[in-house]
Ligand binder design. Structure first.
Ligand SMILES: Nc1ncnc2c1ncn2[C@@H]1O[C@H](COP(=O)(O)OP(=O)(O)OP(=O)(O)O)[C@@H](O)[C@H]1O
Ligand SMILES: [Mg+2]
Length: 176
Protein backbone atom coordinates (compact mmCIF):
# COMPACT_ATOMS: atom_id res chain seq x y z
CA UNK A 1 0.00 0.00 0.00
CA UNK A 2 1.26 3.49 -0.82
CA UNK A 3 1.95 5.90 2.04
CA UNK A 4 -0.72 8.48 2.83
CA UNK A 5 0.34 11.80 4.29
CA UNK A 6 -1.81 14.65 5.51
CA UNK A 7 -0.24 18.12 5.71
CA UNK A 8 -1.67 21.14 7.43
CA UNK A 9 0.21 24.35 6.72
CA UNK A 10 0.33 26.76 9.66
CA UNK A 11 -0.05 29.85 7.47
CA UNK A 12 -3.44 28.60 6.35
CA UNK A 13 -2.66 28.95 2.66
CA UNK A 14 -3.41 25.30 2.18
CA UNK A 15 -5.98 24.09 4.63
CA UNK A 16 -5.66 20.50 3.62
CA UNK A 17 -3.49 18.57 1.27
CA UNK A 18 -3.58 14.83 0.99
CA UNK A 19 -0.71 13.13 -0.75
CA UNK A 20 -0.67 9.62 -2.06
CA UNK A 21 2.10 9.30 -4.63
CA UNK A 22 1.72 9.77 -7.56
CA UNK A 23 -1.48 11.58 -6.67
CA UNK A 24 -1.95 14.76 -4.69
CA UNK A 25 -5.24 16.30 -3.66
CA UNK A 26 -5.53 19.98 -2.92
CA UNK A 27 -8.47 22.01 -1.70
CA UNK A 28 -8.56 25.67 -2.72
CA UNK A 29 -10.82 28.04 -0.83
CA UNK A 30 -10.71 30.99 -3.20
CA UNK A 31 -9.43 32.08 -6.60
CA UNK A 32 -6.33 33.77 -5.13
CA UNK A 33 -5.30 30.55 -3.51
CA UNK A 34 -5.67 28.76 -6.85
CA UNK A 35 -3.55 31.44 -8.51
CA UNK A 36 -0.87 31.08 -5.87
CA UNK A 37 -0.72 27.34 -6.41
CA UNK A 38 -0.47 28.06 -10.13
CA UNK A 39 2.44 30.44 -9.51
CA UNK A 40 4.35 27.75 -7.71
CA UNK A 41 3.79 25.27 -10.53
CA UNK A 42 4.42 27.86 -13.25
CA UNK A 43 7.76 28.83 -11.71
CA UNK A 44 9.00 25.29 -12.27
CA UNK A 45 7.78 24.79 -15.83
CA UNK A 46 10.31 23.76 -18.45
CA UNK A 47 10.25 23.32 -22.17
CA UNK A 48 8.43 20.10 -23.07
CA UNK A 49 6.27 19.96 -19.93
CA UNK A 50 2.59 19.10 -20.46
CA UNK A 51 -0.04 20.10 -17.91
CA UNK A 52 -3.62 18.92 -18.50
CA UNK A 53 -6.48 20.69 -16.72
CA UNK A 54 -9.75 18.79 -16.70
CA UNK A 55 -12.94 20.10 -15.08
CA UNK A 56 -16.34 21.64 -15.69
CA UNK A 57 -17.02 25.17 -16.94
CA UNK A 58 -15.97 27.61 -14.26
CA UNK A 59 -14.04 24.99 -12.29
CA UNK A 60 -10.96 27.22 -12.08
CA UNK A 61 -8.70 25.94 -14.86
CA UNK A 62 -7.95 29.34 -16.38
CA UNK A 63 -7.55 30.82 -12.91
CA UNK A 64 -4.79 28.29 -12.25
CA UNK A 65 -3.23 29.18 -15.61
CA UNK A 66 -3.20 32.88 -14.64
CA UNK A 67 -1.01 31.97 -11.69
CA UNK A 68 1.12 29.63 -13.80
CA UNK A 69 1.86 32.29 -16.41
CA UNK A 70 2.74 34.79 -13.69
CA UNK A 71 4.96 32.33 -11.84
CA UNK A 72 6.64 31.34 -15.09
CA UNK A 73 7.49 34.98 -15.68
CA UNK A 74 5.12 36.33 -18.30
CA UNK A 75 3.42 39.66 -17.90
CA UNK A 76 0.93 38.79 -20.68
CA UNK A 77 -2.77 38.73 -19.79
CA UNK A 78 -4.21 35.24 -19.50
CA UNK A 79 -7.67 34.44 -20.77
CA UNK A 80 -9.44 31.32 -21.93
CA UNK A 81 -8.33 30.80 -25.55
CA UNK A 82 -11.76 29.39 -26.36
CA UNK A 83 -12.07 30.91 -29.82
CA UNK A 84 -8.48 30.85 -31.04
CA UNK A 85 -7.54 27.50 -29.49
CA UNK A 86 -4.00 28.42 -28.41
CA UNK A 87 -2.62 31.44 -26.59
CA UNK A 88 1.13 31.98 -26.45
CA UNK A 89 2.58 33.85 -23.49
CA UNK A 90 6.08 35.26 -23.75
CA UNK A 91 8.86 36.04 -21.37
CA UNK A 92 11.65 38.60 -21.63
CA UNK A 93 14.25 35.86 -22.32
CA UNK A 94 12.29 34.70 -25.38
CA UNK A 95 10.69 31.74 -23.60
CA UNK A 96 7.19 30.73 -24.67
CA UNK A 97 4.31 29.15 -22.79
CA UNK A 98 1.44 27.61 -24.75
CA UNK A 99 -2.11 27.62 -23.38
CA UNK A 100 -4.58 25.52 -25.33
CA UNK A 101 -8.32 25.14 -24.84
CA UNK A 102 -9.78 22.11 -26.61
CA UNK A 103 -13.39 22.85 -25.61
CA UNK A 104 -14.39 23.68 -29.18
CA UNK A 105 -12.46 20.94 -30.90
CA UNK A 106 -14.95 19.01 -32.98
CA UNK A 107 -13.01 15.90 -33.75
CA UNK A 108 -9.82 13.99 -33.17
CA UNK A 109 -8.76 14.70 -36.75
CA UNK A 110 -9.02 18.42 -36.03
CA UNK A 111 -6.84 17.84 -32.97
CA UNK A 112 -4.31 15.93 -35.03
CA UNK A 113 -3.73 19.03 -37.13
CA UNK A 114 -2.30 20.73 -34.06
CA UNK A 115 1.46 20.46 -34.03
CA UNK A 116 2.00 19.72 -30.37
CA UNK A 117 5.56 18.51 -30.97
CA UNK A 118 6.72 21.83 -32.33
CA UNK A 119 5.07 23.66 -29.42
CA UNK A 120 6.81 21.33 -26.96
CA UNK A 121 10.15 21.98 -28.66
CA UNK A 122 9.68 25.63 -27.83
CA UNK A 123 8.01 25.65 -24.45
CA UNK A 124 5.65 24.10 -21.93
CA UNK A 125 2.05 23.34 -22.89
CA UNK A 126 -1.04 23.73 -20.73
CA UNK A 127 -4.26 22.18 -22.04
CA UNK A 128 -7.80 22.91 -20.83
CA UNK A 129 -10.40 20.27 -21.77
CA UNK A 130 -7.62 17.74 -22.59
CA UNK A 131 -10.12 14.88 -22.63
CA UNK A 132 -11.37 16.27 -25.95
CA UNK A 133 -8.01 15.54 -27.57
CA UNK A 134 -6.95 12.61 -25.44
CA UNK A 135 -5.75 10.64 -28.48
CA UNK A 136 -2.90 13.08 -29.09
CA UNK A 137 -2.05 14.24 -25.57
CA UNK A 138 1.50 13.06 -24.75
CA UNK A 139 1.64 10.16 -22.31
CA UNK A 140 4.05 12.03 -20.04
CA UNK A 141 2.01 14.77 -18.42
CA UNK A 142 0.73 16.17 -15.17
CA UNK A 143 -3.04 15.69 -15.13
CA UNK A 144 -5.16 17.92 -12.90
CA UNK A 145 -8.80 17.09 -12.24
CA UNK A 146 -10.88 19.99 -10.88
CA UNK A 147 -14.05 19.59 -8.87
CA UNK A 148 -16.60 22.18 -7.73
CA UNK A 149 -16.97 21.71 -3.99
CA UNK A 150 -18.75 24.95 -3.10
CA UNK A 151 -19.17 28.57 -4.16
CA UNK A 152 -15.45 29.22 -3.82
CA UNK A 153 -14.19 25.82 -2.88
CA UNK A 154 -12.48 23.76 -5.55
CA UNK A 155 -10.91 20.36 -5.31
CA UNK A 156 -7.87 19.63 -7.47
CA UNK A 157 -6.44 16.18 -7.93
CA UNK A 158 -2.91 16.19 -9.38
CA UNK A 159 -1.82 12.97 -11.01
CA UNK A 160 1.68 12.53 -12.37
CA UNK A 161 2.44 10.46 -15.44
CA UNK A 162 6.18 10.09 -15.87
CA UNK A 163 9.22 11.18 -13.92
CA UNK A 164 9.16 14.84 -14.93
CA UNK A 165 5.60 15.38 -13.70
CA UNK A 166 6.44 13.43 -10.56
CA UNK A 167 9.09 16.03 -9.77
CA UNK A 168 6.55 18.81 -10.36
CA UNK A 169 4.25 17.05 -7.89
CA UNK A 170 7.11 16.80 -5.44
CA UNK A 171 7.54 20.55 -5.65
CA UNK A 172 3.83 21.15 -4.98
CA UNK A 173 4.02 18.88 -1.97
CA UNK A 174 6.34 21.46 -0.47
CA UNK A 175 3.31 23.77 -0.17
CA UNK A 176 2.67 27.20 -1.66
N1 LIG B 1 -11.14 28.46 -5.37
C1 LIG B 1 -11.29 28.95 -6.61
N2 LIG B 1 -10.40 28.61 -7.56
C2 LIG B 1 -10.56 29.08 -8.83
N3 LIG B 1 -11.55 29.89 -9.23
C3 LIG B 1 -12.46 30.25 -8.31
C4 LIG B 1 -12.37 29.81 -6.97
N4 LIG B 1 -13.41 30.32 -6.27
C5 LIG B 1 -14.11 31.06 -7.13
N5 LIG B 1 -13.56 31.02 -8.36
C6 LIG B 1 -14.10 31.70 -9.54
O1 LIG B 1 -14.57 30.69 -10.45
C7 LIG B 1 -14.32 31.12 -11.79
C8 LIG B 1 -13.41 30.13 -12.46
O2 LIG B 1 -13.32 30.49 -13.80
P1 LIG B 1 -12.23 29.92 -14.79
O3 LIG B 1 -12.31 30.72 -16.02
O4 LIG B 1 -10.92 29.79 -14.08
O5 LIG B 1 -12.82 28.45 -15.04
P2 LIG B 1 -12.45 27.40 -16.18
O6 LIG B 1 -12.35 26.10 -15.48
O7 LIG B 1 -11.28 27.87 -16.94
O8 LIG B 1 -13.75 27.40 -17.09
P3 LIG B 1 -13.90 27.16 -18.68
O9 LIG B 1 -14.07 25.67 -18.87
O10 LIG B 1 -15.15 27.91 -19.00
O11 LIG B 1 -12.69 27.69 -19.37
C9 LIG B 1 -13.70 32.51 -11.71
O12 LIG B 1 -14.72 33.48 -11.80
C10 LIG B 1 -13.08 32.53 -10.31
O13 LIG B 1 -12.96 33.82 -9.77
MG1 LIG C 1 -10.93 28.25 -18.97
Amino acid sequence: MLPLYVFTFPHGIIRSMIVKAPLMEFTSHNADQTRRLGMKLGGALQRGDVICLQGDLGAGKTTLVQGMAQGWGSADAVSSPTFILVNVYRRADGGQLFHMDAYRLDSTSEAEELDLDSMLDQGALIIEWPERMQAIVPAERLWVQFEHLGAEERGMKFQSHGTRSESLLELLRGGI
